[in-house]
Write a protein that binds this ligand. Structure first.
Ligand code: F6P
Length: 354
């Protein structure tokens, strides 16, 4: 029998559709199956700096949140208690306040914590676990770049949003005989670009894993014109490695515009650029993400009941399993440039700019 009576739950890092579905599943399972109390910790681990902000999460709080994007608990991607930044006498000071965070969790009566977050949040969870806090992790990110799990919730919803955008760009690109560049998120991994590009029938896909040149894209546009195709859709991942001639101008979020401009200049074509940005992080989670998030939420609670602290739930061979957080963090899953998906795209004439 576990001696758990009360668990805490927090969401850290960038939000992803499906966070609320995890919270709902965890609260329902904790309360209905184990009769545990659940404390909602607001804004990642920041909520344990000011424990008075934490509150009991009841079935009422989670009623109706399954289809809602975002997180009812709030989140931050700056909340690292080991390197907490404050301004003192006009100067930025970095402090380790992890002891305070652990003590505040105890003060709230929290026996164990579920941390829902990406690589950064799980690294913090691991450090807190190593200092004695009982924790289990739930992976999330729209980027789908965590190697310990086959897929993260949030990715499918982002993929739907990006694919829908490429579909919409298609008709206007064709009407105006233009080159249309669509920049998508994904940080250092090309999953959203690759899959939305294939699903949306884009012609050029640029991902961080495959170096490209502007000249090759322009040649490809000319080849398409040879077949009578007077429009081209380029899906570009935000994290692409820019070719040397564009490198100096790089600034966050600008790669789509830089590449679009370079193609326009070199190919003497009309180019338009759409940067999808945070639209990909919002909206109602798809059924796939709702189901995966629900499975993760229940599995995290069961893991606590079994004493599986320091572990993170994950999906492997379509089954929910658990891995040590220590094994899960710091190993990003990126696109294999010689993998099946890339080869499939190449086989139907898609260009990677290489
Ligand atoms: O990791 C998720 C993600 O949306 C990335 O795809 C993107 O690079 C980043 O977060 C954006 O972060 P922020 O919301 O801090 O701008």
């Amino acid at each position: 029998m576990s001696n758990i009576r009360c668990i805490g739950i927090c969401t850290g890092g960038g939000d992803a559709p499906g966070l609320n579905a995890v919270i709902r599943a965890a609260v329902k399972c904790a309360f209905l199956k184990y009769k545990w109390k659940v404390i909602g910790i607001p804004d990642g681990f920041d909520g344990l700096i000011w424990p008075e902000e934490s509150y009991e999460l009841t079935l009422k709080h989670v009623s109706g949140i399954l289809p809602r994007g975002g997180t009812i608990l709030g989140t931050t991607n700056r909340g690292n208690p080991f390197q907490y930044k404050t301004v003192e006498d006009g100067k930025e000071v970095v402090r380790d306040i992890s002891d305070q965070v652990i003590a505040n969790a105890r003060r709230l009566g929290i026996d164990a914590v579920i941390t829902i977050g990406g690589d950064g949040s799980q690294k913090i969870a691991l450090e807190l676990f190593q200092k004695g806090m009982k924790l289990v992790g739930v992976p999330k990110t729209i980027d789908n770049d965590l190697s310990a799990t086959e897929v993260t919730f949030g990715f499918d919803t982002a993929l739907h949003t990006a694919t829908d955008a490429v579909d919409k760009i298609h008709t206007t690109a064709e009407s105006h005989h233009r080159i249309m560049v669509v920049e998508v998120m994904g940080r250092d991994a090309g999953w959203i670009a690759l899959e939305a590009g294939i699903a949306g029938g884009a012609h050029v896909i640029l991902i961080p894993e495959i170096p490209f040149s502007i000249q090759r894209i322009c040649d490809y546009v000319a080849e398409r014109e040879g077949y009578g195709k007077r429009f081209t859709i380029v899906v570009v991942a935000e994290g692409v490695e820019l070719p040397p001639e564009l490198k100096e101008n790089r600034r966050a979020g600008a790669v789509g515009n830089l590449i679009g401009n370079a193609i326009a200049v070199r190919a003497h074509k009309e180019v338009r650029v759409s940067v999808l940005g945070h639209i990909q992080r919002g909206g109602s989670p798809t059924p796939f993400d709702r189901i995966l998030a629900t499975r993760f939420g229940v599995a995290a609670v069961n893991l606590i009941a079994q004493g599986g602290f320091g572990k993170m739930v994950c999906l492997r061979n379509e089954r929910i399993e658990a891995v040590d957080i220590a094994q899960a963090v710091g190993r990003l899953k990126t696109v294999d440039p010689d993998g099946q998906l890339v080869r499939t795209a190449r086989a139907i004439g898609m260009c990677f700019g290489d």
